[in-house]
Design a protein around this ligand. Structure first.
Ligand SMILES: [Zn+2]
Length: 60
């Protein structure tokens, strides 16, 4: 089951975050943002998304 990192907001299927290597993951998130090109996306900038991937907009 995919989960979202509370720090980076990236969504992953792993038990650790692929970006910060943290384990603060939540399966309770809503809204999904797919970042294909983080360097040219204003939303990615807002989320501080530095890598392409799926990001959660809201994590409870
Ligand atoms: Zn993270």
């Amino acid at each position: 089951m995919p989960r979202a990192c509370r720090t980076c907001k990236i969504i992953t299927d792993d038990n650790v975050c692929p970006i910060c290597k943290g384990t603060e993951l939540s399966d309770d998130f809503s809204s999904l943002l797919i970042v294909l090109d983080p360097e040219n996306s204003l939303l990615a900038e807002k989320l501080e998304a530095k890598e392409a991937g799926n990001y959660a907009l809201k994590i409870r």
